[in-house]
Write a protein that binds this ligand. Sequence first.
Ligand code: SF4
Ligand code: SF4
Length: 496
Amino acid sequence: MADFDTPVLKEYPIIPLIKKGSMAHSKPYVAKPDIQAGVGFPGELVDNWQEVGVKKLGELVSGSRALQVFLDTCVKCGACTDKCHYYLGTSDPLNMPVARQDLLRSVYRRYYTFAGKFFPKLVGAKDFTKDVLDKWYSYFHQCSQCRRCSVFCPYGIDTAEVSMAAREILDTVGVGQKYCNEILGKVHKIGNNLGLPKPALVDTMEGLEEDIKDETGIDVRVPVDQKGADVLLITPSADFFAEPHIDGLIGYAKVFHQAGISWTVSSYASEAANFSMFIGSNENLLKTATRIRDAAYDLGVKRIVVGECGHAWRVAYSFWNTLFKDMDFLDKKYPMPSHICEVTHDLIQRGALKINKEANDHRRITFHDSCNVARGSRMGNIPGGQFIIPREVIKACANNFYDMAPETIHENTFCCGGGGGLLTDDLMELRVKGALPRMEALKQVVDEYDVNTFVAICAICKTQFAKTLPYYKFDMDMITSLHQIVGDSLELGTND
Ligand code: SF4
Ligand code: SF4
């Protein structure tokens, strides 16, 4: 199956002894010139890359007080060292968050601090050499920007921000990552990560309507480009075709159907994901998000609802209000944006859904908090709403729910191992090893409660787990969309 050893599952937490350089070989494919051009970066390493890179670093630091504080503040207390799933899974000391930060911090010190300019050795300052650049490419693509380390840092230093800055500098000097940049180019051109054009999207949605009819006997619509619908659903394009994502989309459709809410997806903005965040590019972030605003305006919807996608919800929740200038056309009665879990939760609270919990009695369920939802957003405008609401929805639709160990859920959640733009087969070893802490926590509830259903609300987590569960001898079908649990429990009645 693979040319690396899958780690052995032990009782969490096991902090490994360091193995220097054990993941030095891990790096994703570099983007070719045409891919780089699609996202506005040079096609290959520019001649004066040192000068360009150092200048970009200066611009990023002077443009972000947070980044400057993160680079200036670390006191090397060590509290973050054993908190990264990639360190726990690979033992490579450069996967300790502080060491990862230092790859960039040492260059910042060399060019932008007094001590680093004149006494570099004393303060760990380093020249921006080709060896350093190569290490950046390798180890800043071994960070899923999950922010777990920042929860444990006494100063809140966020390695995700450092990693985004490093990737933006890499792109600026012409060394971009193929996976993220190729996908972003497709979104700019066609509207979704897959490059799925409108006729194929319409065809897929019609097929889905037929599948639901076959399963339930009910005419449930999955509309595309329906002008004047109340809701524009922005969901990851994986929901249109991948398993188990598609069952989540069927669940959303059933919820809207039973609640009598008119809705549509857009063929112009048929993607919730915004990989620009992973590469730290504000220009691409704005360009990608603007398609959604324009689609909402053109379709004349009242509200925008975001489907099950972790980083998309973070971008929507945390950045849309600053990215979008004019959203006055939306109905102010509704929160902007809304998460599909908030919509379903609200309908459940109001008794607007007819639920048969016993329909899920064959399931013994646990829930994986996705990083960008857990540590980068909120739901329901209440503290911890992003933890409470998904669990309340599951418990309203199913009888058997068991949380994993407290040190591995809520704000302490472990990344699936494939977030932050690392969900590519060229990083499979990293993905499998990075999944280790989550797999250890999963094993505990499987052993103790016979858990057989592993629910997530993130397209990346679902794809990552579908691929990595078998490495740890779990059934890949365990991974389930939250809205499949909801959809399976709904009593849709008849067509009348
Ligand atoms: S942000 Fe996540 S992946 Fe990156 S260093 Fe911190 S814990 Fe590791
Ligand atoms: S926990 Fe914070 S201050 Fe301590 S070593 Fe890590 S990044 Fe530095």
